[in-house]
Design a protein around this ligand. Structure first.
Ligand code: ADP
Length: 337
């Protein structure tokens, strides 16, 4: 080992073994994060344990050691090799007590949790109850976590939606149809908003907008008649006007002359090989998560702001909401003349 390599290694007296977990909704790039966390930990002389099936694996002691080679070849794979789950038992004090006992038995001193704000809420409660250091890595296709401009999986999902809708646009144009396309996002519309801009949707409807009804009615009454022979309406699944099916039925009834079709993109948005951006971000954040644990950080999420690593307390990440950039929404009016 060279001198310069030696100086990069951080060692902690208290920290010997860490556990990694992927929890909640899966997102492309989670594997890239698992790989980065594992390798950064091993580089810094820590042992690594993979916890399967999210918090369920903690409650059931479903653990396996992870070596550097165990995470070979997963950088480009979608999904998560550790699997994920939603675990009701972890929401109870008894469930968390069981999980803690299992961690104690396995001599796991700290955790890295890769997931969304639900997973961080569980992590915050658990960390407070048992005083165990936990660092979070934001992994969700929604990109809706406060304190970070970016969550792992978002860029891949965005590109998946764009590729799918480009194809739908071809058939929409051939038949002169309007397609109502439902994009994932129960509470957050960023994926719908940015994919809508990227594919040139005539209308984008998202839960955060207060003008949805007005924009939609204007389009149906005028837009289609403005010599446009086909059209794309992108709707986030959690939009207040209802999902794509309901909205399309209503529009069809009121406008029998239009040829309206619905396409719900569904779970394809969660899968696929992560984009270069997702892989790079996952690698940076994964390494930063281990460095934060070695610096005795506790109950924080690693984020990116202005393309720099930031540390955001869980308490803020789970309590606060990102607001949508209204300029992005307003662009629709200009671009869709
Ligand atoms: P995401 O992390 O994608 O937002 P969820 O909201 O489904 O996903 O949360 C993932 C898991 O985190 C839940 O299944 C549960 O085990 C745990 N969790 C979420 N909220 C809490 C809570 N208030 N208390 C304890 N555990 C929680």
């Amino acid at each position: 080992m060279t001198k310069s390599e030696k100086t990069n290694i951080r060692q902690s007296r208290e920290l010997k073994k860490i556990g990694i977990i992927t929890s909640g909704g899966d997102a492309p790039g989670m594997n890239a994060a698992i790989r980065a966390v594992t390798r950064a930990a091993i580089y810094n002389k820590l042992e690594v344990v993979g916890i399967n099936h999210g918090y369920k694996g903690m409650v059931d002691a479903d653990f396996r050691p992870l070596s550097s080679r165990d995470v070979s070849g997963i950088l480009q794979q979608g999904g998560t090799i550790l699997k994920t789950a939603r675990c009701a038992e972890f929401r109870t004090k008894e469930g968390r007590e069981k999980a803690y006992q299992n961690l104690q038995k396995a001599e796991i001193d700290a955790l890295v949790v890769i997931g969304g704000d639900g997973s961080f809420t569980g992590a915050l409660i658990f960390s407070k109850e048992f005083n165990i250091p936990i660092v979070g890595i934001p992994g969700t296709i929604d990109n809706d976590i406060y304190g970070t401009e970016y969550t792992i999986g978002y860029d891949t999902a965005l590109n998946t939606v764009v590729q799918a809708v480009d194809k739908i646009k071809d058939t929409a144009a051939s038949h002169g149809r309007i397609f109502f396309i439902e994009v994932m996002g129960r509470e957050a519309g960023l994926l719908a908003l940015n994919s809508g801009i990227a594919i040139g949707a005539e209308v984008i409807l998202i839960p955060e907008s207060t003008k949805d009804k007005e924009v939609f009615e204007r389009y149906i009454s005028k837009g289609y008649k403005r010599k446009k022979t086909s059209g794309i309406v992108v709707i986030a699944e959690g939009d207040k006007m209802g999902g794509a099916i309901k909205l399309a039925e209503k529009a069809q009834q009121e406008n029998p002359d239009l040829e309206i079709r619905v396409s719900i993109l569904g779970h394809m948005q969660r899968g696929g090989s992560p984009t270069a951006k997702d892989r790079i971000v996952a690698t940076r954040i994964g390494i930063a998560a281990i460095e934060a644990l070695l610096d005795d950080q506790q109950s924080i999420m690693i984020g990116l702001r202005n393309n720099r690593i930031t540390h955001v307390p869980f308490s803020k990440a789970v309590r606060l909401k990102n607001s949508i950039d209204t300029d992005l929404l307003n662009m629709q009016e200009i671009i869709n003349i």
